[in-house]
Design a protein around this ligand. Structure first.
Ligand code: URA
Ligand code: SF4
Length: 272
């Protein structure tokens, strides 16, 4: 690393052991770095070369989504964490374990769903020798969204589950509030026949008191049970057209009866 990358008196605060983002060439967004392909494997390779925002600068590699290309349900987290950055796979660290626990209690086989993140590189700041998660800005989330849009276009999930506010706000708009709107099935979005949101597993891990953590985990599992129910109904009652060209055919099959009382339209124009 060059000396000029280091923090100096009056300069920007540079994480120890990290590169000054100001020295990292960055494009306008991820869009110009996404290959024109329908292959998730090719996209997975390409994500590490993205320079759509400065986060790549201090990350080990890009972390693309993982799961079956024909998955009915897609889970979207925030961004890779320390362990995901090293492994190159989403949700393999402590948050991943919490997600697995919730899925198991709700009866969702993780290997049947597609799991990805709103942002594909790990943003961090140093805390001693550790790399602490740093929240991506709305601008960075927007810059990275073309990757998520590409995954959604190829996987064509019938239901998208946003884990936490970053994913929810990327797909449902900045006004979305997890605390007020978690568990609702939102059927009027451009992304999929239904989108829902619940807590981010890391948010559960951060709740200090055990009683509070258990209550929130119970709510998390309740939300995931709705997802499990929707998955079963789709497989049993309707199935997903293998050659689905878009959402329209799927929408007419699943909307609105599948999701019960919580299904409700949202005002048009609210979605980012
Ligand atoms: N948190 C996320 O949002 N995604 C991961 O992949 C890991 C932790
Ligand atoms: Fe590209 Fe997203 Fe990585 Fe930024 S975080 S460099 S937009 S892949």
């Amino acid at each position: 690393m060059k000396r000029s990358d280091r923090n100096s008196a009056g300069g920007p605060r540079i994480p120890a052991g990290a590169t000054n983002e100001a020295n990292c060439p960055t494009g306008a967004s991820a869009a110009e770095f996404i290959p024109h392909t329908a292959s998730l494997a090719v996209l997975r390779e390409a994500v590490s070369n993205c320079r759509g925002c400065p986060i790549y600068c201090n990350a080990t590699q890009g972390v693309f989504g993982e799961g079956p290309k024909d998955a009915t349900v897609m889970f979207v987290g925030e961004q890779p964490g320390d362990q995901e950055d090293r492994a190159g796979k989403p949700f393999v660290g402590p948050a991943g374990k919490m997600l697995n626990d919730g899925m198991e209690q709700a009866g969702i086989p993780r290997d049947e769903v597609y799991v990805t993140n709103a942002v594909k590189h790990f943003k961090w700041e140093p805390r001693g020798a550790r790399r602490l998660h740093s929240k991506p800005s709305a601008r960075e989330v927007g810059a990275c969204r073309p990757w998520l849009e590409t995954e959604i276009r190829l996987v064509k999930p019938v239901l998208i589950v946003c884990l936490g506010a970053t994913a929810a706000q990327s797909l449902l708009g900045a006004a979305f509030r997890i605390t007020k709107q978690r568990g609702q099935m939102i059927t009027d979005t451009p992304w999929a026949p239904a989108v829902t949101a619940t807590y981010h597993p890391s948010a559960l891990l951060r709740i200090p008191d055990e009683a509070g953590r258990e209550k929130a985990f119970g709510e998390f599992v309740d939300d995931l049970k709705k997802v499990a129910k929707a998955m079963k109904t789709l497989v049993k009652g309707h199935g997903k057209p293998a050659q689905s060209k878009g959402h329209a055919d799927v929408t007419s099959e699943v909307h609105p009866s599948l999701f019960g009382d919580d299904a409700r339209p949202t005002p048009r124009g609210r979605h980012a």
